[in-house]
Write a protein that binds this ligand. Structure first.
Ligand SMILES: NC(=O)c1ccc[n+]([C@@H]2O[C@H](COP(=O)([O-])OP(=O)(O)OC[C@H]3O[C@@H](n4cnc5c(N)ncnc54)[C@H](O)[C@@H]3O)[C@@H](O)[C@H]2O)c1
Length: 320
């Protein structure tokens, strides 16, 4: 059987490496990863994420930057991808306020580079890893794909909204099917160390104070990584219209105070709270309306926070 070529950008990262595992396990894909192993967090973690698949004959890892058009062209020539799952990005809301130019160069220019080559190399399907942050301070809950996303409140969010618009443009002009997936705070084994669940677990375990921004009543729709994978996998096979946007969340919001309590219970240790003012760029709540993803992708998230946090803390403890 002829295997299909898929290119995963950012495949050494948290979500990307989970996706690589899933694709390899299906046995029908030749998976190519592009990642620049940058130091947004330890590159060693990213190398470890991907090295676990080193023996697979169906995986090739290309260390390259999506801003480098020559390296990208070379990769496309070698790989001939039918599908691209574009997850490479400068992630993180707060750091984007410090270096907005880097965020636009990677997240906007890098996305255009990929779309441009997708057109030239006649890629069938382009999946874009977008973010719930595009909804900004949307007061209406749950957030629907129909809602206004013209008021992002961080450079990171603006780059993701721009990425979605560019996906639309290329899809319209060149008939590439593009699917934008708005991920709502993703967690699970190998979660990025800068994200709250992972960061708090480390600090609580070490007996150090956890910075809590605001009064702890901010709410997030935390999504377990296996559920995100289910949505990404369905998007790869999606055969509907040429351009769609889907929310991928758990559709269950959790207050920050409640999250901390869950972590305390599962780590067996009380948190020391270091109360801080709300941070610029942070949104007060996220909450996904997932009815569209349910209808058109068959998306059906399974992991409630009460089940997902023990899975995360089991993994976390196994790393110590
Ligand atoms: N984790 C979440 O909660 C979440 C939520 C919403 C959206 N997203 C989006 O999902 C995607 C994956 O997120 P993640 O949490 O796995 O992040 P991650 O940082 O673990 O993964 C991103 C990967 O992209 C790579 N990368 C960054 N810049 C690059 C460049 N210029 N060239 C090549 N590779 C580059 C990084 O080295 C990293 O391995 C990102 O696009 C992110 O914005 C994540």
């Amino acid at each position: 059987m002829q295997k299909k070529n898929i290119l995963v950008t950012g495949g050494a990262g948290f979500i990307g490496s989970h996706l690589v595992r899933k694709l390899l396990s299906e046995g029908v894909w030749r998976v190519s990863v592009i990642d620049n192993f940058n130091d947004f967090y330890s590159p060693q973690i990213k190398r470890k994420n991907i090295e676990q698949f080193a023996g697979s004959p169906d995986l090739s890892v290309i260390e390259a930057d999506i801003r480098d058009t020559a390296a990208l062209r070379d990769t496309f020539s070698k790989v001939s991808p039918e599908v691209i799952v574009h997850l490479a990005a400068m992630a993180g809301v707060r750091p984007s306020l410090k270096d907005p130019k880097l965020y636009t160069e990677v997240n906007v220019d890098g996305t255009v580079n990929l779309l441009h080559l997708a057109r030239e190399f006649e890629v069938r399907q382009f999946i874009f890893g977008s973010s719930s942050s595009v909804y900004g301070e949307n007061a209406k809950v749950p957030f629907s794909e129909e809602d206004n996303v013209r008021n992002p409140i961080s450079p990171y969010a603006a780059t993701k909204a721009a990425g979605e618009l560019l996906c639309h443009t290329f899809s319209h002009l060149y008939d590439i099917r593009t699917v934008c997936l708005r991920f709502f705070t993703v967690y699970g084994a190998a979660q990025r160390p800068d994200l709250a669940i992972h960061k708090f677990s480390k600090l609580i375990t070490e007996g150090r104070p956890i910075p809590v921004f605001g009064d702890g009543t901010t709410r997030r729709d935390y999504t377990y990584v296996d559920d995100i994978l289910q949505g990404v996998r369905a998007a790869i096979d999606f055969e509907g219209s040429k351009y769609e946007i889907f929310n991928l969340g758990e559709s269950q919001t959790v207050e920050l105070n409640e999250l901390i309590k869950l972590l305390e219970e599962n780590l067996g240790k009380k948190a020391v709270i270091d109360r801080q003012p709300m941070q610029p760029g942070d949104v007060p709540q996220t909450f996904a309306d997932i009815s569209k993803a349910k209808d058109l992708l068959g998306y059906s998230p399974k992991t409630k926070i009460s089940e997902g946090i023990p899975k995360f803390t089991d993994w976390f403890k196994s790393q110590m």
